[in-house]
Design a binder for this molecule. Structure first.
Ligand code: HAM
Length: 406
């Protein structure tokens, strides 16, 4: 879990503001849910056998003996909220986004944190692949706007429940042949949920993957059509992608489309997936709600910030004006108050001190203009407004400063 200090917070704000603008462009509205939920929501929604829920949740009993967990992800809470507020009756087609902290007790690695932040989008009520494609467009436009280049879109389809079952049986049969090399833990996973082995990070499994069954070969007809139409729509938008038949995603609610956006050759090492998402048409019903098609994605904010090159980082904005007290005393204090009330970003050195040390402070804060105020300036009501970049000066009337600076 990390502190985020200035000036890094400016970068975070820039990423968040860009996200808000792009989400709005695509018709997504903000939803905010609590950071803690009943543990059962994640067990039922995300899946008890997943790494995220089975091993990584921060769970505790509250004072009312309720089993609560800090949210490890945002989809199940947002789906819970959609059901709880009967949104399907008012506005079945709802497109929402969220920005906030998530919690997973993960093993330590670059780009992997125990409190991290996700930007997520969830679209309810549209079963057509147009919705999947729109979300992918949104994600890519956002990354482009942040100046993040060299990303790869990976696509897969998990098919319907029946096709997953068939594929799960095949996967079980495959790994059963290698039972002797599997740890007791992996053998347990094999028995409970063999698909989990396909996205496990365990090294003993790596050599067994090449000959493992391939998901896309088991797709049902309707899912295949959906998947092909999605690919056609992406081509229509000139969006490059690669099919990754091994992409199964680490959460249980997915059906049909699954996708990830991966940063190539990045400083993130193994944690180079910046965005993960897919369709989860069965989740709402599974949580006790009406049958509602849905698709979404989430991105890790820490990873986005790590990836943003020096060029795309926003320049730090200093104050518009720095007032230097060279004997004007109370007048500096009054002017500071007057200008701030009028909406001008203005600073002064509240410690006072020599003119030289005040100017040093103005430089450090990267002020755009500075103004030295002494007795003469007070007498004439005029002072020199100095541009800190090029050193040019112009005469300014103190009474008209607000308008001039704005
Ligand atoms: P996820 O793949 O578990 O999906 O997480 C999405 C993204 O969150 C990852 O690609 C990564 O960028 C970031 N992330 C995950 N864990 C960590 C961590 N420990 N430290 C830093 N960043 C992390 C989901 O959470 C789904 N709810 C996405 C979704 C939304 N699917 C449908 N709708």
């Amino acid at each position: 879990m990390s502190d985020i200090l200035p000036p890094d917070t400016a970068l975070w704000q820039h990423v968040e503001a860009t996200a808000r603008e792009v989400f709005k462009r695509f018709g997504f509205e903000e939803i905010r849910t609590p950071i803690a939920e009943e543990t059962a929501l994640f067990e039922r929604g995300v899946g008890e056998d997943t790494e995220v829920v089975g091993k990584e949740m921060y769970s505790f009993l509250d004072k009312g003996e309720r089993n609560i967990s800090l949210r490890p992800e945002g989809t199940a809470p947002v789906a819970r909220s959609y059901i709880e507020h009967a949104v399907h009756q008012r506005e079945p087609v709802s497109k929402w986004f969220y920005i906030g902290p998530m919690f997973r007790y993960e093993r330590m690695k670059t780009g992997r944190y125990r409190q991290f932040h996700q930007l997520g989008a969830e679209a309810f009520g549209i079963a057509q692949p147009q919705q999947d494609a729109e979300l992918i467009q949104l994600a890519l436009v956002f990354l482009e706007k942040l100046g993040i280049e060299g990303v790869r879109l990976e696509l897969s389809s998990l098919g319907d429940a029946q096709c997953r079952r068939r594929f799960s049986e095949k996967t079980y049969a495959h790994f059963s042949n290698f039972r002797h090399v599997l740890s007791a833990d992996l053998q347990k996973t094999l028995e409970r949920n063999p698909l989990r082995l396909l996205d496990s990070k365990e090294e003993v499994l790596a050599p067994l993957m090449a000959s493992a069954p391939v998901l896309l070969e088991y797709l049902d007809e309707a899912s295949r059509e959906h998947f092909e139409e999605l690919q056609r729509l992406l081509r229509l938008s000139d969006i490059d992608f690669v099919l990754n038949p091994r992409l199964v995603r680490g959460l249980d609610y997915y059906s049909r489309t699954a996708f990830e956006i991966v940063a190539e050759d990045s400083a993130l090492g193994t944690a180079s997936t910046i965005c993960g998402g897919g369709r989860y048409d069965g989740l709402l019903e599974q949580l006790g709600g009406p049958s509602t098609p849905a698709v979404g994605f989430a991105m890790g904010l820490e990873r986005l910030c790590l990836l943003m090159g020096a060029n795309s980082k926003p320049a730090l904005q200093g104050p518009a004006l720095f007032l230097v007290d060279a004997g004007a005393g109370d007048e500096v204090w009054r002017l500071l108050w007057r200008l701030r009330k009028a909406g001008v970003v203005v600073e002064a050195d509240l410690r006072g001190g020599s003119v030289k040390s005040q100017l040093k402070r103005a430089n450090k804060l990267n002020a755009q203009y500075c103004m030295v105020l002494g007795e003469d300036e007070l007498k004439t009501g005029c002072a020199k407004l100095k541009d800190m970049k090029d050193g040019t000066e112009r005469e300014a009337r103190l009474a008209e400063l607000e308008g001039m600076l704005r």
